[in-house]
Write a protein that binds this ligand. Structure first.
Ligand code: ADP
Ligand code: MG
Length: 396
């Protein structure tokens, strides 16, 4: 500190009162020698934190592959919960699951836009095309270049460590959409494809290490790392979307200009409030049934159509052999089955743990439903999937 030319007495008696008066006016609260620290420190701290972390460095990178949402209905409770997890509870890793078309990508966009001001950096990346982790890391580091000036490229520090350093020093929101593209097909759910195992390690580090950022993933299969680490007190959480509620689902049908609104409820039930499925059937109803849901429902069958079948074919390709067998048995059964009933019915006599793994995997893919009856778990196919399985029987 500089040595002052004034005497201590002069400062205390002449200058200090002026300073207290000036500070009191500026801050709007009485300031004296004794209250100085209490009054002045909190506002200054808040201000300096905001200046340091929010203002100069804010950057949002919504790459072209983030869909623009022209409309977004419902999912308000879901959005509130997710916002709370990320903004209030400061979760480090949040995975969004649910069946294809249920709206995982859409809600991730909506959520990101809704909470982006709580972050200095917001980055959206789709995993379409299955990019290797190295590419994603390089991309993220480039986007974060403002906070990585400390290490030069080519030094021995790994990209993961450099990225973790960014996630520690800044509050970043990273959204990776469509993680299923890096998962193995014809295997139990949640296994990485050959050459993509390092993603698992990366996700685990994000969940385990201390930092102030959040990674949001969307994935049609539940990942093992999420299954192991997620619970309500953990900074790692899993949210499974189960479809739109009636009012929101009706909006989708209304936008497609369907008529006979009273009939829509059973349509929505049949397609489980899944926005993609509802859009597809609504288009068919409009084009073939003149928009009349009754005529369509009068067919008394769950219509799937080409587009939907293709979506489900894609999902079906991902499934392991034992899972397929389980699905056939569940499709044939007129009632939900217990695990042991199911196993008895299966011609290949799989081991008990194979059946357990298959059931768990099918649940992670949102293809089956588990019902609890008197403490027993019964398993059944979701209605849409059952219809799909019947179509497969008949076409093969
Ligand atoms: N809440 C919603 N309101 C309106 N449309 C929605 C909503 N959620 C999803 N959609 C639409 O449904 C379709 C499937 O959604 P998407 O997010 O791609 O599903 P997922 O990622 O789960 O496969 C898209 O056309 C999307 O715009
Ligand atoms: Mg998606």
């Amino acid at each position: 500190m500089e040595i002052s030319r004034y005497s201590t007495d002069y400062i205390k008696k002449m200058l200090a009162p002026k300073l207290w008066k000036l500070l009191s006016e500026v801050i709007g609260e009485p300031v004296t020698k004794n209250t100085l620290r209490i009054v002045i420190e909190p506002p200054l701290k808040v201000r300096s934190r905001q200046q340091h972390s929010l203002k100069p460095l804010q950057r949002k990178i919504w790459s072209d592959d983030a869909p623009e949402l022209s409309v977004f209905y419902g999912y308000a409770d879901e959005l509130n919960t997710l916002e709370k997890w990320i903004v209030t509870d400061r979760c480090r890793l949040v995975a969004l699951g649910g069946m294809v078309g249920v709206g995982k990508t859409a809600i991730a966009v909506k959520l990101g836009r809704q909470i982006q001001d709580s972050f200095q950096f917001v980055i959206w990346r789709s995993l379409r095309g299955s990019p290797p982790l190295q590419n994603i890391l390089a991309d993220l580091l480039e986007s974060f270049s403002d906070c990585t000036e400390t290490t030069l490229p080519g030094t021995s520090v790994s990209d993961v460590s450099r990225l973790m350093e960014c996630l520690r020093s800044h509050r970043c929101l990273v959204i990776l959409d469509g993680v299923e593209t890096i998962l193995e097909t014809s295997q139990l759910a949640g296994r990485y494809r050959e050459g993509y195992q390092d993603y698992g390690q990366f996700f685990r580090q994000i969940g385990e290490l201390s930092h102030q950022s959040c990674l949001v993933l969307t994935c049609s299969e539940k990942l093992r790392v999420i299954d192991l680490m997620a619970d309500r007190n953990s900074p790692v959480r899993y949210y499974k979307l189960d479809g739109l509620r009636k009012d929101a689902a009706k909006q989708i049908l209304r936008d497609r200009e369907l008529v006979e609104e009273p009939e829509w409820t059973s349509l929505i039930d049949r397609y489980e409030g899944n926005p993609l499925l509802l859009k597809i059937v609504a288009t068919t109803i409009l084009e073939i049934f003149n928009g009349r849901a009754t005529d369509f429902l009068g067919q008394n069958t769950t219509f799937l159509g080409n587009q939907l079948t293709e979506e489900l074919d894609r999902q079906f390709q991902r499934i392991s052999r034992v899972e397929i067998e389980v699905m056939y048995q569940l499709a044939l059964a007129s009632q939900p089955l217990t695990r042991s009933q199911l196993r008895e019915n299966m011609p290949s006599s799989p081991s008990s743990s194979q059946v357990t793994d298959a059931l768990q995997s099918l649940e992670w893919r949102s293809l089956i439903e588990k019902i609890n009856v008197g403490g027993n778990s019964l398993f059944t196919l979701r209605p849409i999937i059952k219809k799909y399985m019947f179509n497969r029987f008949n076409n093969n």
